[in-house]
Design a protein around this ligand. Sequence first.
Ligand code: PAF
Length: 285
Amino acid sequence: MKIKIIKTVDEIHSTVKAIKLSGKSIGLVPTMGFLHRGHISLVKESKIKNDITIVSVFVNPTQFGPTEDLNKYPRDIDKDTALLEAEGVDYLFLPDEKEIYPDDYETYVEVTKTSKKQEGEFRPSHFKGVTTIVSILFNCVCPDNAYFGRKDAQQAVIIKKMVKDLKMDINVVIMPIIREDDGLALSSRNIYLNKEERERSLLLSKSLNEAKIMIESGEHLVNNVIKKISNMFLKESTIHLNYIRIVEASSFNEIEQLEKGKEYYILIAARIGTTRLIDNLLVTV
Ligand code: PAF
């Protein structure tokens, strides 16, 4: 079946109303396009669990800082449409910027505390932009289930918190990170890396694995783990580390000591050339 493309809020509202009236469930996969296997894994899960799958493609300006890559963010809507059609996606919601943020737009949604931590220290208004657009998309699509990747682990935690705090009746599903064979986590931004930078970027996933091995071998003092993996970056002067941190998986709070039976994220953010990459590993102690 040919995918149906919807560009206006009025049309997505009326389409969703008709789907709901017919008693069918809706899965939403929000994306900024330039789709890769990570996005497709979300689509496949939505297809399995819902009657109707809607994918949104919208490069959301409010989640980019003034010096970030909004204008050069990669876009290929023809390829995205073909990929989604091949997966049997029912609807592509493809609004333009003014449809979402008309000139008189003035409403924002913010998860005030968790948004300020970790990534929030480096990208101060980023998560406010994310929770605003995700709320708008949730209001447009009224999904039963919404799918996000664990690559953006803090985003996932923040969206879950927003849904809980605002009593939204939506099940947020977080899917595993998809990696290249050599360990690089898939991201639309990987396209920015030249061959040499691509090679060097592998240190991110290698260092996370090293940290995981240390933890699994019994090291529970966070400082010792961080010190060891920070040292791996000392020789790599071309990688500019923003942070390596270990946080409680549910709250993103930093801790000093890992406790048995709890889940933690090991987080890393670094700039390689002009490209900023993030990665993480979930560990259970
Ligand atoms: O993860 C992303 O691609 C974006 O942050 C999202 C959730 C689609 C909101 O623009």
